[in-house]
Write a protein that binds this ligand. Structure first.
Ligand SMILES: [Zn+2]
Length: 282
């Protein structure tokens, strides 16, 4: 059975977070984590996740408890509402008719026109304008080689100020400016007429580069076998299985995040994934 072949690999799995090496032995490995990881299934055997897995995961958004830890000397726009949070940036409770009231991405409160950066190298695969709650959007697809993580990652930037100039198929580099933040799709409802200028960044992790577009605006891309999860997972190193990230102990939930300074340089140099906005160097 597949599990027997994979367990030794799992046992060897090391988590490297910004130099902090955590042995798998220090992490609880719940039975369901060993049984259910699509990452191992997908990357190892190429077995396709059943369609209902995606549905189940859609309704099982859960917070990781991760927080972003920026390099010393840099001041960065923090997460205003994390993945899986029942609250908006202003502390109000989200409506429970979407994702059971839990946040499907992470929000950064940003002035309109703030340059948004590619969180990793990748390819522009879709852009357009959705409706309310979505606004102008951009999708990037990141190959495992782009991020150093064993998944195909689909990232979606929402509420952009203007349609991104990049056309589908364009290759972007890590930290490259790909869009300007805005408030499109946020006016009305809770945020009133003015809306809420911010970036909503959501990320989807899967075993395949393939995807299909769905929704009224063809804006909801579904990576084959991909599931939504915390964008802060982008900044982990060598995580073999998403199911394991919820086993991190409290002290290991501060995730070291690489950043791009206002001079355009990546810190630490050579990092494959970066914060989606420039950080100020003190
Ligand atoms: Zn959001």
């Amino acid at each position: 059975m597949v599990i027997e072949k994979l367990t030794p690999r799992l046992a060897r799995t090391m988590f490297l977070i910004f130099g902090a090496l955590l042995s798998a032995a220090s992490l609880p490995l719940p039975a369901e984590a060993q049984m259910g990881g699509f990452g191992r299934k997908g990357m190892g055997g190429g077995t396709e996740a059943p369609a209902d897995t995606v549905e189940k995961r859609d309704h099982a958004i859960t917070a990781t408890g991760f927080t972003a830890d920026f390099p010393s000397g840099f001041e960065c726009e923090p997460v205003a509402s994390p993945f899986g949070s029942p609250y908006r940036y202003d502390g109000s409770k989200r409506r429970d008719d979407r994702n059971s009231g839990l946040h499907g991405g992470m929000d950064l409160s940003l002035k309109e026109g703030t340059p948004l950066l590619a969180v990793a190298a990748g390819e522009v695969i879709a852009r357009g304008e959705g409706g309310r709650l979505e606004g102008i959007f951009l999708w990037l697809r990141h190959a495992p080689a782009d991020t150093g993580l064993p998944y195909w990652i689909f990232s979606k930037y929402q509420h952009l100020a203007t349609p991104p100039e990049f056309t589908e198929g364009t290759r972007v580099q890590v930290g490259q400016i790909v869009a300007l933040s805005g408030a499109t799709g946020t006016a009305g409802g809770h945020y009133g007429a003015a809306g809420y200028p911010h970036l909503h960044l959501s990320t989807f992790y899967g075993p395949s580069k393939e995807y299909t577009a769905r929704g009224m605006y063809n804006s909801m891309l579904q990576g084959k076998g991909a599931v939504p999860d915390d964008p802060l997972i982008l900044y982990l190193r060598e995580v073999s299985d998403l199911a394991l990230v919820r086993g991190f102990s409290a002290e290991n939930k501060k995730i070291g995040v690489a950043v791009v300074g206002e001079d355009g340089n990546v810190h630490p140099a050579g990092s494959k994934t970066v914060w989606p906005v420039h950080c100020k160097e003190n």
